[in-house]
Design a protein around this ligand. Structure first.
Ligand code: C2E
Ligand code: CA
Ligand code: CA
Length: 661
């Protein structure tokens, strides 16, 4: 019983929990209702006209006018509803109104028509029956999207009209009345089925729309996250590169210029190491905030680690770009205050301008990165703009890399020897082997240029082997027992396999390994201290010595000297540059010499160029020295000739003879 009641309620009520259905129903109505009222108005006017002479004016004129007016107003109301977006609430209100009006207006129309019935002749009475039947059935069809309104109309109009006709007293009207009932029931049955499929259709459409909307929203959120750096909330590398591509297209079309910058923090790593990663992360967030506030013409992104990408909008001259870049570096230099510490970092910036520094995103970005590293080496804390000079450097490097890969190592590479002498006697105690490249294409290329490129291209291991073989075969011909120093690169000491191959070369050469020293720089050691320790031990197991080269240019940490198996220390020539005027340099050299004494290390002072330097060094004590004052690096044949002259040269001015050979 209760179930039936609920079902009945369901049929007669407008569901509150499906506003989208109500909106869809109003949408359909707004298209059908004008048609429906047009039909009603035409039929009403026709009937009223028919009764004009037969019925009183209030029935044939006033009431029809009133009914037509209401019809026009309702049409307008629906027409307006169809043109605007309406809420579910408004739609439901309108539907309830429609149901009530279907009953009320329907009854009034029916009563009016039936009231006319008594005034007409049999034809006009037939017109009334026709009007009531056809109009109400037509309306029912027009109300198909709101089943309940059709039912209300059936009950309030067709029911009473049929009864009226059935009891009107004529066989014909009885038939029309019964007919009307049968057709109305049939139409209601069809409408009922249609209404259910309409509800299903709308529900499906709504569900589909909702799913599409949700998928779209999810897609947008994923897109946002994929383009955002989760730590700083700045655009990430991906977004930065995409933005760069867009700007290039825009700038190319509009013949405009813009610039790309890469900013790298100086001194960030120690903050991370000392205060922890959380502090490091907080610092990056604050750096990001400061950068974003500098100017609205800057597009700032975090590229990863402590590197930020910047796009400079607008037509800025080179000097304006440099000034803005320097301002960015200065902004980062201001101390960052945290609860329990103050972080002091710096920033260095490389800038590449479109189109001068490149016309593709990749090239512009690479060039800004290139000048960033140039700036880090030569102008830390400043902004450097990519220029023609940088392009030349890149071309040169590319040229070197290309020729290195093609080079015949045996034919193109040579070894030069620079003697190491005793500071008191000026007599050679050893020699350093230095690589020389006579490229058939590039000419003489300095080792500082080709060694780093040989490391990048992977040629270095083969090159070291060739040079070591050449060195050992040449110095084996030298009389006496001078030591020979051979330079190793970071790559060489990076793997025990490399060292084992070099050991094999030493063994096969027959040169006494105890007269051989391998020179290694501090920076090479630092790449992987653990691995370096292992490989140095392998070299030592040969019986050879190990020297720490360029001491004083890197961290100069005494812990390496103590913990690694080192025999010699070479003081870098930068300490000698102004030693005549600088007592501090003298003191530092003396301290290092004392240290070597205490640790039982050999010490060699590099880069002695002037007699004045030598005098000061002699004042400190006896040591081994190397430099242009005694000998420039000599070609193999010259070095041999020089040594062969030595035994008989005792007491002669060796220094001068070496310098001028
Ligand atoms: P280094 O090991 O410090 O070599 C000493 C450099 O100082 C040599 O430059 C030498 O010519 C230069 N020099 C010597 N005396 C003086 C002086 O009085 N004044 C000045 N201003 N310079 C002086 P070079 O031959 O151009 O070599 C440069 C660097 O290239 C070397 O520095 C070394 O790091 C690297 N290198 C040279 N040959 C090799 C090699 O066979 N293998 C590796 N891995 N590196 C090498
Ligand atoms: Ca060296
Ligand atoms: Ca050196």
């Amino acid at each position: 019983m209760r179930g039936n009641f609920e079902r009945l309620r369901g049929v007669f009520s407008i569901s509150d929990d499906n506003p989208d259905l109500a909106i869809a129903q109003i949408d359909r109505f707004s298209r059908q209702i004008p048609l429906m009222y047009t039909m009603v108005v035409v039929n009403t006017l026709a009937l009223a006209y028919d009764f004009m002479d037969q019925a009183p004016a209030w029935l044939s004129i006033y009431i029809p006018v009133f009914l037509v007016s209401i019809s026009v107003l309702r049409t307008l109301s629906y027409w307006r509803a169809g043109k605007q977006e309406i809420s579910g609430e408004v739609a439901r209100k309108k539907l309830r109104q429609t149901i009530v009006l279907a009953g009320v207006l329907g009854s009034i129309f029916a009563l009016w028509a039936l009231a006319l019935f008594g005034y007409g002749d049999v034809y006009s009475q037939g017109h009334v029956a026709f009007f009531s039947g056809v109009t109400s059935l037509g309306i029912m069809v027009c109300l198909m999207h709101l089943r309940i309104a059709a039912i209300v109309l059936g009950v309030t109009v067709i029911g009473p009209t049929s009864l009226f006709l059935i009891y009107a007293g004529s066989q014909e009207f009885l038939s029309v009345g019964l007919n009307l009932v049968i057709v109305a029931v049939a139409i209601l049955y069809v409408l009922s089925n249609h209404s259910e499929s309409f509800v299903d259709l709308i529900s499906n459409q709504i569900a589909l729309k909702k799913a599409a909307f949700e998928a779209n929203e999810l897609g947008k959120e994923n897109e946002r996250l994929a383009n955002l750096d989760s730590l700083t909330d700045l655009p990430n590398r991906r977004r930065f590169l995409a933005e760069l591509e867009e700007r290039i297209v825009g700038a190319a079309e509009g013949n405009r210029s813009f610039a790309v910058g890469t900013l790298d923090l100086d001194g960030f790593k120690p903050i991370n190491d000392i205060y922890g990663h959380v502090a490091g992360d907080n610092l990056l967030v604050k750096v990001g905030e400061r950068l974003s506030q500098i100017s609205s013409d800057l597009f700032v992104a975090r590229l990863g680690g402590d590197e930020f990408g910047i796009i400079f909008e607008g037509e800025l001259s080179d000097s304006e770009l440099r000034a803005l870049g320097n301002r960015i570096c200065e902004t980062v230099e201001e101390p960052f205050e945290f609860e329990n510490f103050i972080a002091n970092v710096g920033g260095t910036c490389g800038i590449a301008k479109y189109p001068e520094a490149g016309t593709t995103a990749k090239l512009l970005f690479e060039h800004s990165d290139y000048v960033l590293y140039v700036a880090k080496e030569r102008q830390k804390g400043k902004a450097v703009l990519f220029s023609e000079q940088h392009q030349d450097e890149i071309n040169e490097t590319t040229g070197i890399m290309r020729e290195l890969q093609k080079a015949n190592l045996d034919e193109e590479f040579f070894v030069a020897y620079q003697f190491v002498v005793d500071s008191d006697t000026g007599l050679p105690v050893g020699a350093e082997a230095l690589a020389r490249w006579a490229s058939p294409v590039l000419g003489n290329v300095p080792p500082t240029d080709f060694i780093k490129n040989a490391e990048k291209t992977g040629v270095v291991s083969k090159l070291t082997e060739t040079l070591l073989r050449k060195t050992l075969s040449e110095v084996s011909k030298w009389p006496g027992n001078l030591f020979v120093s051979f330079n190793l690169s970071a790559h060489d000491i990076g793997s025990p396999q490399n060292i084992l191959r070099l050991s094999e070369i030493v063994r096969r050469s027959g040169f006494p390994p105890e007269r051989l020293t391998f020179e290694i720089t501090e920076t090479a050691l630092l790449r992987d201290l653990g691995r370096a320790n292992e490989t140095l031990k392998l070299l030592k197991s040969l019986g050879s010595k190990v020297a720490l080269d360029d001491f004083g240019t890197g961290y100069s940490s005494l812990s390496y000297v103590q913990n690694l198996p080192i025999d010699k220390l070479k003081i870098d020539r930068s300490f000698l540059a102004n030693m005549e005027e600088c007592p501090t340099s003298q003191a530092v050299i003396k301290t290092i010499l004392d240290l070597c004494d205490n640790l039982d290390l050999d010490c060699i002072v590099e880069g002695v160029e002037r007699q004045g330097q030598l005098e000061i060094l002699r004042g400190i004590g006896n040591m081994k020295v190397q430099g242009y004052l005694f000998s420039k690096p000599l070609a193999s044949g010259d070095a041999l000739t020089y040594i062969q002259l030595l035994p008989s040269a005792e007491g002669q001015d060796i220094k001068r003879s070496a310098r001028h050979s």
